[in-house]
Design a protein around this ligand. Structure first.
Ligand code: MN
Length: 151
C-alpha cells in the first residue's frame, strides 16, 4: 500500500494539477469533441473511487452515453449545458449534478466558455453504452434535446 499518496498535496494551477497527466478523455472509440481527462484520485485505502477532472473546450462535448454506475459531478470551471435523460439543463461553476444509473447524459460547452467538471465514480464500474439509432431518434423527438444535440 502506498502510504505516501494520502499525504500528497497536488497543487493546482490553471485547471491542471502538479504531477497529474492530462489525458485523452476516452480511448474506446466513443464519439466526443475536445475533452481532456485528469485523474486526481485513483482509489486508495478504504476509498475505492476515482475522482477525475474533465474539461470540455469551447464548442466541444462529452460522449452521449448511459451505464449502470452513478456519477456525481460538480462544475468546476465555466458554463455550458448538460443533457440528463430527456432534459437539458444550464450548468455553471459550483453546480452539482447527480447522474443515476441508466440515464443518458452529455455535457456541452455551448455557452462560449470551456466547461470543466469534477466527477466521482466507483473504481469498479460497468462500461459505457452509446445510444442505438432507435434511442437517438427517441431522444431527438424531444425538441429541447434535438436543439441541444445540434448546438
Ligand atoms: Mn458517464
Amino acid at each position: 500500500m502506498e502510504k505516501g499518496i494520502a499525504m500528497k498535496v497536488f497543487q493546482a494551477k490553471d485547471y491542471t494539477w502538479e504531477g497529474v497527466e492530462k489525458l485523452i478523455y476516452k480511448e474506446d472509440g466513443s464519439p466526443f469533441k475536445d475533452v481532456t481527462r485528469q485523474v486526481l484520485f485513483d482509489g486508495a485505502f478504504d476509498l475505492p473511487v476515482q475522482f477525475r477532472y474533465f474539461e470540455v473546450g469551447i464548442g466541444g462535448y462529452s460522449t452521449l452515453e448511459h451505464h449502470e454506475h452513478t456519477h456525481m459531478v460538480m462544475i468546476f470551471r465555466g458554463k455550458g449545458e448538460c443533457l440528463l435523460g430527456t432534459e437539458v439543463k444550464a450548468v455553471k461553476e459550483g453546480d452539482v449534478i447527480v447522474i443515476p444509473s441508466s440515464v443518458f447524459h452529455q455535457f456541452r460547452a455551448n455557452q462560449g466558455e470551456p466547461l470543466g467538471f469534477l466527477c466521482l465514480v466507483n473504481q469498479d464500474r460497468d462500461k459505457v453504452k452509446l445510444p442505438t439509432e432507435e434511442e437517438l431518434e427517441l431522444l431527438s423527438s424531444h425538441e429541447a434535446v434535438k436543439n441541444f444535440l445540434e448546438k
